[in-house]
Design a protein around this ligand. Structure first.
Ligand code: SF4
Length: 186
């Protein structure tokens, strides 16, 4: 009886086993029963969307809800590691402070206002088209050119491969823009 009580005491277990107190002998009952927050989750493989390094990520989810995003030890690029940005991918999706509305600051205004996404998209489309129409060069020195240098696009590192492909198709192939780059290249 006394031995049972004492054996629940980490120091007693340490003395009994001669261990250094860094292992299982120092665990409390509560610690012994702890489970990782990802226990029972489904796991999907992905790639960090922040920069061109492309570190491997494991996306843990349960019942359609994101639980955790961690480094993928099987990735030959990152071997389970993520930098501070990549390690915070979970917050990118879940942080209550993230912006979910379009912010617009009118010319000469001091404050930002929220505008509907549809309105913002139409405003951007109108401006892109007006700029293209006013500066499009169809020819130069008798040669076909079909380009505009009046509009430039700088993509962010959170754009994925598919989005970048579509951007390049639209801007270069569709609109004739030649100034298209990405922050991950800078
Ligand atoms: S942002 Fe960090 S974790 Fe993400 S791909 Fe780049 S180096 Fe890797």
């Amino acid at each position: 009886m006394l031995k049972d009580v004492l054996s629940r005491w980490p120091v007693f277990r340490q003395i009994q086993t001669g261990a250094n107190g860094n292992g299982a002998e120092s665990w409390s009952e509560r610690t012994r029963n702890l489970k990782p927050k990802t226990a029972g989750c489904e796991v999907s493989r992905s790639i960090c969307l922040y920069c061109a390094v492309g570190c491997g990520q494991l996306i843990y989810h349960r019942a359609g809800k994101l639980v955790s995003v961690e480094g993928d030890p099987a990735s030959p690029i990152s071997r389970g590691h993520l930098c501070p940005k990549g390690a915070n991918t979970y917050q990118l999706h879940t942080h209550p402070g993230r912006f979910t509305k379009v912010k617009y600051r009118r010319p000469f205004a001091k404050d930002w206002e929220d505008i509907p996404l549809d309105t913002a998209m139409h405003m951007i489309a109108d401006r892109v088209w007006e700029s293209r129409e006013s500066c499009f060069e169809e020819t130069k020195d008798g040669q076909s050119l079909m380009q505009t240098k009046a509009i430039a696009h700088l993509g962010g590192a959170t754009l994925d491969n598919e989005e970048n492909y579509l951007l390049k198709k639209l801007f270069t192939g569709g609109l004739g823009m030649v100034c298209v780059s990405n922050q991950a290249r800078i």
